[in-house]
Ligand binder design. Structure first.
Ligand SMILES: Cc1ncc(COP(=O)(O)O)c(C=O)c1O
Length: 361
């Protein structure tokens, strides 16, 4: 490469995102619990919609995502005109960063925040700013204290990944109210549907001009492979995002799948109930083995071990038994393992393996 050809500032500061491992050498029957995927997958209605979409693959997909936006609007009681659809919610967050932050600007997130936030900040040349958490929970006062007149975006996942913890609506509202005038609060609701009756910030988006909410089809809808996410925000922001996205950013199959998924509310409800049941079961089972976790509101738990050595040894034991969970040292949590909630047999397999590990020590 010629010396003179250089990427934009910040890009070479990015450490590559590492997804959850999916394979173990020489092990069959691998149980992947490292990417917070839905073990039940999408419903039959969604699979049928994808097959139907194959009839028109020679056609470009619609550019306005009108049918998907109408379905989301109907199910979530939001204004279709203020919905933006992206290639996963990560794409929505990245476009927000591209549109609203650049060199000299600051992007604030919290200590154990989702690891893509600093990547989005660096990719647009902005400066990532980390606010401390309070015992793995977002601390609104610390976030407000981290804001300056350079802050353009504040990313808060609620529920948060990888901690699984949440802050209440009053705290979120206090955060929105206290931000400097040039800063947009982005409420990342990737795990919002796992929380019964949670509006994920919708009311705040509707009552304020400085709040944006993102959602995904990758988690409860079981469509991580389809890459669909959406955002809900002030009209002016939706308008900006629509100017910079690819015109055909979502494929026909992705649009059809997401529309069928959001309309299949019975399946979503079933997934939410199953997840809550087995999440609580697994958290209790591990706690009884001396492995505590914070109360999780998402589809994973953050299991805490005595120290990094114990977490690492337990991870090795799980891998030896064909179970892949997520090491979270990169999140500043070296003594923890993030375990996605699988189905009943998966949760039982994890509890059994951790019991073996603890018993063998
Ligand atoms: C907190 C959070 N936000 C956003 C995403 C992005 O998901 P996707 O791009 O699949 O919608 C994830 C994925 O793991 C996540 O955990």
């Amino acid at each position: 490469m010629a010396d003179g050809i250089q990427p934009q500032p910040g890009i070479l500061d990015i450490a590559l995102y590492k997804g959850g491992d999916a394979h173990l050498d020489g092990v069959s029957n691998v149980l992947k619990l490292s990417s917070n995927e839905n073990p039940l997958g999408p419903s039959d209605a969604v699979k049928e919609a994808i097959v139907r979409a194959t009839h028109d693959l020679h056609r470009y997909p619609p550019t306005d995502h009108a049918k998907l936006r109408a379905a989301i609007a109907e199910v979530w009681h939001v204004d279709a005109e203020r919905i933006f659809c992206g290639v996963g919610s990560g794409d929505v967050l990245k476009l927000l960063a591209e549109a609203y932050a650049g060199p000299g600007d600051e992007v604030v997130f919290t200590e154990h925040g989702f690891s893509m936030y600093p990547i989005y900040a660096h990719a647009c040349g902005a400066t990532p700013v980390v606010a401390p958490e309070n015992e793995r929970v977002v601390d609104v006062d610390a976030v407000l204290a981290a804001c300056t007149d350079k802050t353009k975006l504040v990313f808060i996942a609620n529920p948060a990944n990888p901690t699984g913890t949440m802050i209440g609506s009053a705290e979120v509202a206090r955060l929105a109210e206290g931000l400097p005038p040039q800063a947009l609060l982005v409420l990342d609701g990737a795990y919002a549907e796992f929380v019964d009756g949670f509006d994920a910030g919708k009311a705040l988006v509707e009552s304020r001009e400085n709040v944006f909410m993102s959602r995904t089809f990758s988690k409860i809808y079981g469509l991580g492979g389809m890459r669909v996410g959406w955002g809900y925000g002030p009209q002016a922001i939706i308008d900006v995002l629509n100017r910079i996205r690819g015109p055909f950013n979502l494929s026909s199959a992705a649009l059809a799948a997401a529309e069928a998924a959001v309309r299949d509310t019975a399946h979503t409800e079933k997934c939410r109930i199953e997840n809550a049941k087995w999440r609580d079961w697994l958290a209790n089972a591990l706690a009884e083995l001396g492995v505590p976790s914070d109360t999780s509101t998402a589809n994973f738990i953050l299991a805490r071990f005595a120290d990094e050595a114990e977490a690492s040894a337990c991870d090795a034991h799980l891998r030896a038994n064909g179970i892949i969970v997520r090491r979270v040292a990169g999140y500043g949590l070296p003594h923890c393992l993030r375990i996605t909630i699988g189905d009943e047999s998966a949760c039982r397999r994890v509890a059994h393996a951790v019991a073996q590990f603890k018993g063998a020590k």
